[in-house]
Design a binder for this molecule. Structure first.
Ligand SMILES: Cc1cc2nc3c(=O)[nH]c(=O)nc-3n(C[C@H](O)[C@H](O)[C@H](O)COP(=O)(O)OP(=O)(O)OC[C@H]3O[C@@H](n4cnc5c(N)ncnc54)[C@H](O)[C@@H]3O)c2cc1C
Length: 411
């Protein structure tokens, strides 16, 4: 791990190597500022002994001009599956001498806390990557489906082939993409707004509540949206048929680029663990139970307004979500809870996203906006019911996962 020792002038000398540094080096700007976690002499073991340092690529003179290069070097740039516009670097600090010049940010040994301030926002931003790339993939797939002619749709002119958008299976793919994207967007908007309200809501109580909503939703926004990013960009390829597999059509790049988002900023497996082990137990589980109860207001109102075909599956989804939540909160065996974490996160993403889409449908219905209502109806009626089938995986415990030992898995 990287180390930092104090220098006479109040700065520090940082040594060590870091891998996987996004934009660790590039020539887009004259200087690059690195945030580096490192241990100081005599620091306690584990994450409690890590401090945060600012290490510039080029040292800055007192008058603000650029001075000598710092002892920071790029060892290599990774060759990756996707995101080829983003250099992923192995960086070395202090190779040439006593160490790279660094400046401590915050307090000594307070590095992890400082990093988490940044990482929580970054997790929502990576969730947004999943959403954004899905949207781009959808736009590309939609255009292709409107232009490409193949086969003859039921009832179409027998002398001509039909645009593939007229085939039910292509419609299914497009509606799956469109509705999931809108559900993700609703979830991420609520998450981002909650982060803002946690800082700026009128009262302390509102700020505290918003902060808890943000805490609960952040792992879901990150992991569900990026998992969907991979799944939906794959659907986008499928809409393109054989051309989807050919680079020049563009949809293959979306799929390759989407694949990093479930991995970085904490893998989606780690997000699910965060959700189940840290977020669900907030306030002894009362916060998440109350949050789910409040969401029931949406299906109730949908039913009152004659939109029960949207409201009923959403209400059933919320019942399933509460059942899974209660099971996890009541389970004493840590491994059993960990085993259910990822399917639980998926259930939560689909149900909460679906309810938020249902809420949008209520507003859209009053304005006569047909598209939103139809999209919410598809998602509630055809996507939400499927995740009720995750309950057995969430509540099975770890037994089946460890039925074969590490050796037997190869047999
Ligand atoms: C292109 C790219 C850019 C990156 N950019 C940056 C960057 O700028 N800054 C930075 O700091 N990092 C960056 N990273 C690092 C990235 O955040 C890590 O690779 C990621 O968090 C996973 O860590 P790991 O590679 O050590 O995988 P591992 O931790 O080895 O994980 C391997 C697998 O095991 C699972 N796993 C591990 N531990 C557990 C556990 N306790 N319980 C259950 N499952 C577990 C994981 O979910 C995963 O499926 C980047 C990585 C890549 C590929």
């Amino acid at each position: 791990s990287s180390r930092a020792v104090p220098a006479d002038d109040g700065s520090w000398r940082v040594t060590g190597q870091k891998i996987f540094i996004t934009y660790g080096d590039h020539d887009l700007t004259p200087n690059i500022i690195h945030f580096v976690l490192a241990r100081t002499p005599g620091s306690p073991p584990g994450t409690k002994g890590i401090s945060l340092f600012l290490v510039p690529k080029v040292l800055v003179n007192d008058n603000g001009s650029l001075g000598e290069p710092n002892d920071v070097s790029t060892v290599s740039i990774e060759h990756k599956l996707g995101i080829h516009g983003s250099p992923t670097c192995v960086m070395s600090f202090g190779d040439a001498g006593e160490g790279a010049v660094g400046y401590m940010i915050g307090e000594e040994n307070g590095g992890m806390r400082a990093m988490f301030t940044m990482m929580n926002d970054a997790r929502v931003a990576v969730g947004l990557e999943g959403l954004a790339i899905s949207e781009r993939s959808y736009q590309q797939a939609l255009t292709y489906a409107q232009e490409r002619r193949q086969g003859r749709a039921v009832g179409a002119d027998p002398t001509q082939s039909s645009p593939i958008i007229e085939h039910p299976d292509v419609r299914r793919m497009l509606m799956t993409m469109k509705s999931t994207i809108e559900a993700m967007r609703a979830l991420i908007y609520l998450n981002a707004a909650s982060i803002d309200r946690a800082h700026s809501a009128a009262s302390d109580d509102e700020q505290a509540r918003a902060s808890r909503v943000a805490d609960l939703l952040t792992p879901i926004s990150k992991a569900w949206s990026t998992d969907m990013g991979v799944e939906l960009t794959s659907v986008g390829i499928q809409v393109n048929g054989g051309m989807g597999y050919v680079e020049e059509a563009g949809s293959a790049q979306h799929f390759r680029d989407a694949r990093i988002a479930p991995i970085y900023e904490g893998t989606n497996g780690i997000q699910a663990i965060d959700l189940v082990m840290r977020k669900l137990p907030m306030d002894g589980g009362e916060f998440v139970r109350g949050f789910i109860e409040e969401l029931h207001e949406v299906p109730r109102t949908l039913e009152e307004r004659g939109l029960e075909d949207i409201g009923r599956p959403l209400a059933a989804g919320l019942v399933a979500l509460l059942e899974a939540t209660d099971w996890l909160l009541g389970c004493d065996d840590v491994n059993d809870r960990l085993a259910g974490a990822s399917p639980y996160l998926r259930l939560a993403g689909v149900v909460i996203g679906g309810v938020l889409l249902g809420k949008q449908a209520l507003a859209a219905d009053q304005l006569g906006e047909k598209a939103k209502v139809a999209t919410a109806r598809f998602f509630a009626g055809q996507i939400v019911p499927a995740v009720g089938g995750l309950i057995p995986a969430i509540t099975a415990g770890a037994g089946d996962l460890f039925a074969l030992d590490a050796q037997e898995l190869g047999g």
